[in-house]
Design a protein around this ligand. Structure first.
Ligand SMILES: [Zn+2]
Length: 228
């Protein structure tokens, strides 16, 4: 079931309250897509009650995210996973870390960009290469190395949903003109995700509306090579 939350529609684009079916005996996770301006973050409240933020948004987004937490009656963010190092995904991390006692997972191949960032430096506690299974907030995630938009992007998949960062959007794919960008590499990364996960898997992208892997395989104008 999908429903709008009008009281804070500016922040919460979409609430998928019944899916995906995150692991855990206490029921499904609640997932909130958070509009943080030029970037996007996703807040997950796990069945254990722990909160997990996928990407930290641009600098200053901590205020918006904190406001959402207040609206939802949530006191803290426990964990953050980062898909890639671009400033609209990591710029808010330092502010969030200052406000909350968060543990951060980041791509190993891009951790130096976060660590040495001139405006928002942060040392992540956990580094990922892809092809791992990690339990975060009581949810089991399978990680994928998905370069092509950035040098070492990581996608995080759990039952029914994949957090793709900026590699794949509804009807589009990530830009390839920045450092580490390469079209063939990017399409190959998306192809590996599509081969590994069910077609009905929801794609929670770094920007824009959610979609599914199969919808993009069938209709995305940049992915014709994956339809043959
Ligand atoms: Zn990006």
């Amino acid at each position: 079931m999908t429903k709008k939350i009008t009281a804070f529609a500016a922040l919460v684009v979409l609430l998928l309250s019944q899916r995906p079916h995150a692991q855990g005996p206490a029921g499904p996770a609640r997932i909130y897509f958070v509009d943080v301006g030029t970037g996007a973050s996703t807040l997950i409240v796990s069945p254990t009650g722990k909160t997990l933020l996928v990407d930290g948004g641009p600098p200053g987004s901590g205020t918006k995210i904190s406001s959402l937490l207040t609206t939802l009656g949530i006191s803290t963010i426990d964990y953050t996973v980062l898909t890639h190092y671009h400033i609209d995904h990591i710029g808010g991390i330092k502010g969030l870390a200052d406000a909350y006692d968060i543990e951060v997972w980041a791509p190993r191949g891009e951790a130096a960009r976060l660590r040495e960032h001139e405006t928002a430096p942060y040392e992540p506690q956990h580094l990922l290469d892809g092809d791992e299974t990690v339990g975060i907030a009581g949810i089991e995630f399978r990680t994928f190395s998905v370069p092509g938009h950035s040098p070492a992007s990581i996608a995080y998949a759990t039952e029914g949903i994949v957090f793709s960062g900026d590699i794949l959007f509804a009807g589009c794919i990530g830009r390839t003109d920045l450092e580490g960008g390469d079209m063939d590499t990017l399409v190959a990364s998306i192809g590996r995700l599509m081969d590994a996960l069910p077609g009905e898997t929801i794609v929670a992208s770094g920007h824009g509306p959610a979609t599914t892997l199969e919808r993009e395989r069938q209709t995305n104008p940049f992915l014709g090579a994956l339809r043959s």
